[in-house]
Design a protein around this ligand. Structure first.
Ligand SMILES: [Zn+2]
Length: 286
């Protein structure tokens, strides 16, 4: 049961964290997204994790993908990073110590600052039964894995108190399909949907689902498809920005990157390679 929330500090802003699932940094840049690039400078960052669950857990600790800074102690970096939320939220003087002991952004925003906390996620591995739903007022799994546009009319904001939204969308996730593409035209590489057999949920994958081999031509096409989905997302982000109330801070990033055949890898997860960590980060005030 969620506890009652305090009155928010004056001037506290809405915060929207949009996660483009599996969006690799260089796919994002190759798409030259006009709208998202206008939000701020697009940075090449590194996810702390190579797949969806720990990637989101880290984001919800308030730790956005990092720039891999050299000659810096981790504790100093975390302090600076979490202090950056004071600027994002428009609240003076908050920092790492305010997050203690739970170190969980939805808890801090809801129970200390009085925010509404809401999530709409697209990947079944983040479904509302998982513990990642903790301290959200509402936490929903979207009907489709790849339809950010369908989330926009469902977003609710309140003039009385600010709202935090986590939006996870999967156009940029395998099979890199925009919502208008019929499912029977999706490319098929068996065994790469993730933990679940179908993107909409369903049974877990079996050993026999594993692909026998990788076909590089096919993987090159898949990479082009991911780039195309970024172009699509860019037009949807334009609609999203039109819908968001003024004084909302929007962060766009990814939970991890993706491999398209480099060093014999495809996808993300049990992979140790730069490209599974390289993600874009862009943010700004609407
Ligand atoms: Zn993911």
């Amino acid at each position: 049961m969620l506890s009652p929330r305090p009155e928010p500090p004056p001037g506290a802003r809405n915060l929207v964290l949009l996660v483009l699932d599996s969006c690799r940094y260089d796919s994002f840049m190759a798409a030259r997204p006009r709208v998202m690039s206008q939000l701020g400078s697009v940075e090449r960052r590194f996810s702390y994790a190579s797949w969806t669950s720990p990637g989101h857990f880290n984001l919800l600790m308030g730790l956005l993908p990092h720039p891999s800074p050299q000659h810096v102690f981790a504790s100093e970096y975390y302090k600076k990073e979490l202090g950056g939320f004071a600027h994002r939220l428009g609240i003076d003087g908050m920092g790492l110590t305010d997050m203690i002991p739970r170190l969980w952004l939805p808890d801090f925003l809801r129970n200390r600052l009085g925010y509404h906390t809401r999530a709409i996620v697209s990947l079944p591995v983040l479904n509302p039964h998982t513990p990642i739903n903790t301290d959200f007022d509402s936490f929903e799994l979207a009907d489709k894995h790849n339809d950010l546009a369908a989330m926009i009319p469902r977003l609710q904001f309140d003039e009385e108190r600010p709202t935090f939204y986590l939006l996870n969308t999967g156009e940029t996730h395998y099979p890199y399909a925009t919502p208008d593409e019929p499912e029977d035209r999706w490319p098929r590489v068996h065994g790469v949907h993730g933990v679940f057999k179908r993107l909409g949920g369903g049974p877990l994958l079996a050993k026999t689902d594993a692909p026998a081999r990788f076909d590089q031509d096919k993987l090159d096409i898949l990479r082009k498809r991911q780039i195309r989905t970024v172009t699509h997302i860019d037009s949807v982000v334009e609609q999203l920005i039109d819908h968001l109330p003024k004084n909302t801070h929007l962060i766009i990033t990814a939970d991890h990157g993706e491999l398209f055949g480099e060093a014999g890898y495809f996808g993300h997860g049990p992979i140790n390679h730069d490209k599974v960590l390289e993600v874009p980060l862009v943010e700004g005030l609407i």
